[in-house]
Design a protein around this ligand. Structure first.
Ligand code: HSE
Length: 365
């Protein structure tokens, strides 16, 4: 049986344009893998006048994202808009007419994920968001599927490439502003880079991962967050003299008192995998009761790396649509925390070097 799937893409920026490119290039290969025929039917963009690559079919473009979400010809909505759009409205509209949804929008999941997952479950559609946390690293699948039979104790790492790029550039003597501009040029930074440097981007990713790891409806607004804007060349030089590097760490763990989580710059021993990051790569360390410590690393930012995760979700959704697989939506099965669980600060009990009081020293668990 030949199943035809109409795909609607929202957003054609760094990630969206890469998704469109990979979809169009790999069309035949994806159809072979999924047994499903598909067509990219429409692409919603912010401005029809913006310059874009020649291979993007003009005829597919519209500046009316709602009309794409509402289009009955679209069975699978892929939301890569970033910001500047009411993504929740778009996603809800699509789910409410039983379209499957893929989103790369970490803020959406970190602030409304539990509600949207329930909505998707009610309409029996998939809601996938592998690209929303740590770009190409398949950490969402790891927590949702591979570790679903284990108990996650902690999850921590470097989850923002922009701040790593800035801190690494400052270690090389570059000024903060020039380092930030460079990250923007590389397509790592969010459209409003305050989200990166103030730690909100990492807090969104951490909340999203905590939802999966701990089965708790954690929202990023519950996570204490400090960014890197206060880090001076002196802080960096002093850390280096002592054998440390500063990195923006996102960390969460279960403890007897409940959940603890925080995003904060921390001093990391220079030979630790978190400290060896230089640019867009993320490193995530998950500790579970039975599997022990697992470390995942790879590109956490950038168009084609992030689009790879979106494409994986697209193939997965098409397999579901093709009836080859029954997929379960929702949070981790081992959910043990009440929805009102408050999140305590993670770094409260961490040692701070006497002459570098600002920053806690990272230590495993
Ligand atoms: N702005 C993000 C980063 C992109 O720098 O890591 C991926 O979420």
């Amino acid at each position: 049986v030949e199943i035809r799937v109409g795909i609607g893409l929202i957003g054609c920026g760094t990630v969206g344009s890469s998704v469109a490119e990979q979809l169009l290039l790999a069309n035949a290969e994806i159809e072979k893998r999924t047994g499903v025929r598909f067509a990219l039917r429409r692409i919603a963009v912010r401005s029809m006048r913006a310059e874009r690559a020649a291979w993007i079919p003009q005829a597919l473009l519209t500046d009316d994202a709602r009309s794409v979400a509402d289009d009955p010809e679209i069975d699978l909505l892929v939301e890569c808009a970033g910001s500047g759009l009411n993504a929740a409205d778009i996603v809800e509209r699509a789910i409410s007419r039983s379209a499957h949804v893929i989103t790369a929008n970490k803020e959406l999941i970190a602030t409304q994920g539990p509600r949207l997952a329930a909505l998707a479950a009610a309409y029996r559609v998939t809601l996938s968001y592998e690209a929303a946390a740590c770009g190409a690293i398949p950490i969402v699948r790891v927590l949702k599927d591979a570790l679903a039979g284990d108990e996650v104790v902690s999850i921590a790492g470097v989850m923002n490439g922009t701040t790593t790029s800035i801190l690494h550039a400052m270690e090389q003597g570059t000024e903060y502003a020039a380092a930030l501009a460079q990250s923007q040029r590389m397509g790592y930074a969010e459209s409003d880079p305050a989200n990166d440097v103030e730690g909100f981007d990492a807090a969104h990713k951490l909340a999203l991962l905590m939802q999966l790891a701990f089965g708790a409806p954690v929202l990023s607004t519950q996570i204490g967050c400090a960014g890197i804007t206060g880090i001076t060349p002196t802080c960096i030089a002093r850390a280096s003299e002592l054998g440390y590097r500063l990195r923006l760490i996102a960390a969460a763990k279960r403890s007897s008192g409940g959940l603890r989580a925080e995003v904060h710059p921390a001093l990391i021993k220079a030979d630790h995998p978190f400290a060896r990051t230089r640019g867009p790569e993320n490193v995530v360390r998950v500790v579970t009761r039975n599997a022990g410590a697992l470390t995942f690393s790879g590109k956490g930012a950038g168009g084609s790396a992030t689009a790879s995760a979106v494409l994986g979700d697209i193939v997965g959704a098409m397999k579901v649509i093709g009836g080859r697989e029954v997929k379960r939506n929702g949070a981790h099965a081992g959910g043990a925390f009440a929805s009102s669980a408050s999140i305590a600060a993670y770094f409260d009990d961490r040692m701070r070097l006497s002459d570098s009081a600002e920053y806690p020293v990272w230590a495993e668990n």
